[in-house]
Design a protein around this ligand. Structure first.
Ligand SMILES: N[C@@H](CCC(=O)N[C@@H](CS)C(=O)NCC(=O)O)C(=O)O
Length: 249
């Protein structure tokens, strides 16, 4: 069964009716998970690398492909006509790839309820989980900014208050929710097996721990889940491709 599934995916990657797939990949960004999604599906793709500037922003070249100039972008080029399509938004990119390139539903689920749960996470990740993380990131920049005294005292206090009143508590309740989901789904987000939801959700949760916005010891199921995800061969393959394109882990 396992072998057949791999064989089908392998054939799919050689299918010349598939478009040429290019990932517009910014270092230190959400884009890594798109590489991982494609590698897990054994799809052929090219990487177009971009480096963040000194202000940690994406370079202007990205705007040539999409007006918002954000990464990831997924470019699909029709092999016959040369017509190109650009997809933005990680959740939408995942949804598109599942629909068009995961014919065996290896990262989706045959069970309709479970498939819907996966879709839910594709929206949840950017709609609900990222906002408190972004606020925590901005507050940590304010707290660590080199501002002269006494302004530094006030800016730090304001940042701490916003954190206490909103983002830290909000993040905690979201992490508790995710912790419970993983615990009751045998170590994965949906249906006790790897799905697109795990791949997409790994980035914000890994960043939350790495940036010390949350203590992994308080979320043992999430910590174990992240460790397990990093053992997948596809994860290692994507990681080495990302490193070859300037990423530092
Ligand atoms: N909601 C978008 C967010 C895209 C986004 O903000 N990407 C960041 C990288 S993680 C980016 O390109 N930042 C560069 C910049 O804003 O200049 C998605 O899910 O793809």
């Amino acid at each position: 069964m396992h072998r057949t599934q791999h064989q089908q995916e392998y054939n799919l990657s050689r299918d010349m009716s598939l478009p040429i797939i290019r990932v517009h990949f910014l270092n230190k960004s959400r884009a890594f998970r798109v590489l991982w999604l494609l590698d897990q599906l054994k799809l052929d793709y090219e990487i177009v690398p971009y480096r963040r500037d000194a202000g940690f922003r994406a370079p202007e070249e990205l705007k040539k492909h999409h007006p918002l100039g954000r990464s990831p972008l997924l470019e699909l080029e029709d092999r016959q006509t040369g017509k190109k399509k650009i997809l933005a938004e990680s959740g939408y990119i995942f949804q598109y790839v599942l629909k068009h390139f995961d014919k065996t539903k290896s990262l989706d689920n045959e069970d309709i309820d479970k498939s819907e749960e996966i879709q839910y996470y594709l929206h949840y990740v950017e709609g609900s989980l990222q906002p408190p993380l972004l606020i925590e990131l901005l507050l940590s920049i304010v707290k660590n900014a080199s501002v002269p005294f006494p302004f530094s005292y006030f800016s730090r206090k304001v940042a701490e208050k916003i954190g206490e009143k909103y983002s830290a508590g909000e993040l905690k309740s979201q992490l508790n929710f995710i912790e419970g989901q993983i615990a009751k789904n045998d170590g994965y987000l949906v249906g006790g097996k790897l799905s697109a939801a795990d791949i997409l959700m790994s980035f914000p949760l890994d960043s939350a721990f790495n940036r010390q916005f949350a203590d992994p010891k308080q979320y043992p199921a999430i910590e174990k889940w992240l460790k397990n995800l990093k053992t997948f061969e596809s994860y290692k393959v994507s990681k080495s491709k990302a490193e070859a394109n300037g990423e530092e882990f």
